[in-house]
Design a protein around this ligand. Structure first.
Ligand SMILES: [Zn+2]
Length: 470
């Protein structure tokens, strides 16, 4: 059974979704004020790994990730550039989606934008007002944290000594500032605002995630994920707003990936070690290697992102690709031998055991590379059958459903196909029909269909969405 570390209870817990077989999963998405950097992408890649693994373990996953397209920073940046908020955020939303696709991130089932959910936020604030958790000052509405004694339960902070009524308008504020936070900001000169039943203004950042997660996943759901820097105040505030409005527990499992540092130092523009995905791609690094490096360290450990690490990631992927290539060349459609089947089953079980342990990715990767090493050894002893080779390829492709680091398989080249067909003809001439059939089966497994005609052999590529003549 999958066990996962829950920040709320400070312990590894058995994962049991509220509805058996279904996981309701929310991840805090990007604030689209700039290109996302690799620290952001560490979190997004981890979330993708978790989601892929849940699917691998046969859960059906409903994944919601928001786009924060209104907050202090987006408004400020749009103003600086003299364009509308919508125009400004559309540019970086698109860039984020492009980057995500390059890194192999599977698209969320719902990707709500904050500006498309103002009525839901207003309703939530009204519920909090009706229940007496808020107060108004100069047209803004604040959440009174003194009214929620459990405030601090996620970040494990004790706020007994705090000053009652001290409030903060900023969306992002320091760890030591436990203050009443803003739910609704009064209209300000020159800022975007919405005319609503609670007055003209705009939402605070924290209320956005509560309103959007509950809209798509219900008032209580299974997993909420975000970078460790979001524990306080963002997630603490989400809990306060949501639980006070509904009277129900908001989220069962809180999951927080750690920070990333670059060459041992905190990433910062002034140190010149600040990278967006685009910077690294422009330097010639592959998105697969970047993804591999970002996911290869356990998510609760700090990741030291280095250029050396990127080169190692590239060579690890090459080892996987070479293995697939060599085994594919050997493979045909026959059955693997029982001994090799047992080896694969044992590798599968070890992979699952590692990942079930709070997504212990380094152990899981170790299992895969051990399997490759021992398969090569068996092969060198001449004990890998064609069926074994096929099963080995299938295993590697199966685990890559979770890792997502291998490149899409290139189509066979025409010359390669012609060579195989010639080998098949030669086999037939020497009446080795078993070998001829094996070659035909192998080509068929690569999407190549042969046709014997009076003029000779013809072949065509079979694509999932129909036939294409060659
Ligand atoms: Zn959030």
């Amino acid at each position: 059974m999958l066990r996962i570390y829950n920040t709320l209870t400070n312990s590894k817990e058995e994962f049991r979704p509220a509805e058996p077989g279904v996981v309701r999963f929310y991840t805090c998405g990007p604030t689209v004020y700039d290109f996302a950097h690799i620290g952001n992408f560490r979190t997004f890649v981890f979330q993708d790994l978790l989601r892929r693994y849940l699917r691998f373990r046969d859960y059906s996953v409903i994944h919601v990730m928001n786009i924060t397209d209104v907050d202090d920073r987006t408004i400020q940046m749009a103003r600086t550039q003299g364009i509308s908020l919508v125009e400004y955020t559309a540019r970086y939303t698109e860039a984020f989606l492009e980057d995500s696709q390059k890194l192999g991130l599977q698209a969320p089932d719902f990707m709500p934008r904050a500006t498309g959910h103002i009525p839901e936020m207003v309703q939530l604030i009204r519920r909090l007002e009706e229940r007496g958790y808020t107060y108004r000052r100069d047209g803004s509405i604040y959440f009174s944290i003194a009214r929620f004694p459990e405030y601090g339960k996620l970040s494990k902070q004790d706020f007994k000594g705090m000053q009652a009524g001290a409030r903060v308008d900023n969306d992002r504020y320091d760890k030591d500032e436990a203050r009443d936070f803003v739910l609704w900001k009064a209209r300000k000169e020159g800022e975007d605002f919405w005319e609503t039943e609670i007055g003209p203004g705009r939402p605070g950042w924290h209320i956005e995630c509560s309103a959007m997660s509950m809209k798509y996943l219900g008032e209580s759901f299974d997993i909420h994920c975000g970078g460790i820097d979001l524990v306080f105040p963002h997630h603490e505030n989400e809990i306060a707003q949501s639980e006070c409005a509904t009277g129900k527990p908001f989220v069962h499992y809180w999951v927080h990936p750690e920070f990333l540092v670059v060459e041992g130092e905190k990433m910062s523009k002034s140190l010149g070690n600040f990278f967006t995905l685009r910077d690294l791609l422009a330097q010639g690094h592959s998105p697969q290697a970047i993804r591999y490096l970002l996911l290869s360290v356990h998510y609760r450990k700090q990741l030291n992102f280095t250029m050396d690490g990127l080169r190692q990631a590239e060579s690890s992927i090459q080892r996987l690709e070479d293995f697939r290539q060599r085994m594919t060349e050997l493979a045909d459609g026959s059955d693997p031998c029982p001994e090799f089947t047992a080896q694969i089953e044992s590798a599968q079980a070890s992979f699952i055991e590692a990942m079930d342990d709070d997504l212990n990715i380094s152990a899981a990767l170790g299992v895969i590379f051990d399997f490759i090493r021992s398969t090569y050894q068996t092969h060198d002893q001449g004990r890998i059958s064609r069926g074994d080779a096929r099963a080995a390829v299938d295993f590697v492709l199966e685990v890559d459903q979770v890792l997502g680091v291998m490149r899409p398989q290139p189509e066979l080249l025409d010359e390669e196909i012609a060579r195989r067909i010639e080998e098949r003809q030669a086999a037939r001439r020497r009446r080795d029909f078993a070998e001829a059939d094996r070659i035909r089966d192998w080509l068929s497994s690569q999407g190549i269909q042969l046709e014997d005609t009076r003029e000779g052999i013809r072949w065509k590529r079979i694509h999932k969405n129909g036939l294409s003549q060659n």
